[in-house]
Design a protein around this ligand. Structure first.
Ligand code: ASP
Ligand code: MG
Length: 419
């Protein structure tokens, strides 16, 4: 059996949903578990609903939700569906919640509201496929994928999820060949909805690929496969035919928006290849990611914009040492915030973090208890794997390099616009 994951862009218009149908028809043999994300930019739109609700602006939250609701109703209508009542329960569940006043924390509400994006999307696509002749079963993944209650970054209960996968998913795949379900969402013991972190559906698909012992997992995207740089940020971006898990984990770690970083482990652990293919041009080869070594990779270029440099210095010239460094990491842990680059000095500690205004403030505030803190904003962190000097000069040439770190494999440079 195979696991397919379709992201939001692959179901963003009625034509694209039809295109998913024709992709599935290219695979008439064997069982398919199909994981589908929320349509287009629905997750972002739902985030706006939660924000309005949580700041107490019920009318705005309901108004924004009405827009999302209409978009989905129009989508279903455009796909030729007349009876749309099957979507009502999803809408009502959110609307009820929006009529209440927030009494629990933000992340809890986030998950209860945002999860509806994947539920609507999969329900609409499943119905469309059914009517277009691809017999399938729709499954609410919250009956299978069990998590803890760490809302917005929920951790998987592997045992429970494995058991339900055997009890529910396996028989469904035997009976229906195509099973459609959601990525990114799960549920707690108390049946509260949870999410796994933005872009988490790649990870959900990998969890099921692992538990079902899939032959392969395919992620369908709007690019030819994995590129060595984001084509929007770098003109010479080229397609990479083959990569190994290790390389992809590194790329994701440095900020390449290729695949959700947690996706690789479940696949690697079972030696399941990951294919990244174009839904626009499904006949082309795409990228294969596997366990074996891959020789002669092109340089891989990752830009992280909106970076903040925090320079922490001891006040009395005492060494930062293990105690100081441990203290800084304690603050990171407390704030659930990860530095993108760090550098130790004798009486200073430098770290580069994402521009996340409240967290940067909170971090600076906490660090001031121990250090003098200097904050520089508006920087770019450039990472090049498999670099060469010519490329480094080319990419750093127009900027001032504030900080540089390199190993034989990877070079990182923190760049500021030249004055
Ligand atoms: N819909 C979610 C998001 O946009 C999850 C996903 O697409 O992977 O982040
Ligand atoms: Mg998405």
């Amino acid at each position: 059996m195979n696991v397919f994951k379709f992201g939001g862009a692959s179901v963003s218009t009625p034509d694209r949903v039809r295109n998913v149908g024709s992709i599935l028809q290219r695979y008439p043999d064997g069982q398919l578990l199909v994981v589908i994300s929320a349509m287009g930019k629905t997750t972002n739109a739902l985030e706006q609903v939660v924000e309005a609700f949580f700041r107490g602006d019920k009318d705005e939250a309901l108004r924004l939700f009405e827009g999302i609701k209409n978009d989905h109703l129009s989508m279903a209508t455009a796909l030729g569906q007349d009876d749309l009542t099957y979507l009502n329960d999803f809408f009502t569940e959110v609307e009820w919640l929006l009529h209440d006043k927030p009494v629990r924390d933000y992340d809890y509400y986030y998950d209860q509201v945002v999860c509806v994006g994947e539920l609507l999307s999969t329900a609409i696509v499943s119905r469309y496929l059914q009517e277009a002749g691809t017999e399938n079963q729709w499954i609410d993944v919250r009956d299978i994928l069990r998590t803890d209650n760490n809302f917005r970054d929920a951790q998987i209960d592997w045992n429970y999820t494995a058991q339900k996968t055997s009890e529910i998913l396996k028989p469904a795949l035997e009976q229906h060949r195509v099973v459609i379900t959601q990525g990114f969402i799960g549920a707690t013991d108390d049946n509260e909805s949870t999410t796994l972190g933005r872009e988490g559906s790649d990870y959900s698909a990998a969890i099921f690929a692992n538990l079902l012992g899939a032959e392969a997992q395919t992620i369908w995207k709007d690019v030819q496969g994995v590129m060595n740089a984001d084509p929007k940020q770098y003109e010479g971006a080229e397609w990479i035919r083959e990569l190994n898990y290790r390389e992809v984990i590194e790329m994701a770690y440095y900020g390449a928006q290729v695949i959700h970083p947690k996706t690789i482990k479940p696949l690697q652990n079972k030696g399941i290849p990951l294919l990244v293919k174009s839904f626009i041009d499904p006949g082309t080869e795409g990228t294969t990611i596997h366990n074996s070594e891959v020789k002669s990779l092109p340089p891989i270029i990752v830009y992280k914009r909106q970076q903040v440099l925090m320079e922490l210095a001891t006040r009395d010239f005492s060494f930062v040492g293990e105690g100081g460094t441990a203290e800084v990491y304690r603050i990171f842990e407390e704030l659930k915030f990860r530095p993108n680059l760090t550098q130790n000095g004798a009486v200073s500690f430098l770290c580069v973090i994402d521009e996340h205004p409240e967290k940067v403030e909170a971090f600076a505030h906490r660090a001031t208890e121990h250090f003098d803190v200097r904050v520089t904003r508006g920087l770019t962190l450039l990472t090049i794997r498999h670099y060469n000097e010519e490329l480094v000069t080319k990419l750093c040439g127009d900027s001032s390099v504030i900080l540089k770190q390199q190993t034989p494999d990877t070079l990182q440079a923190l760049l500021a616009p030249k004055q």
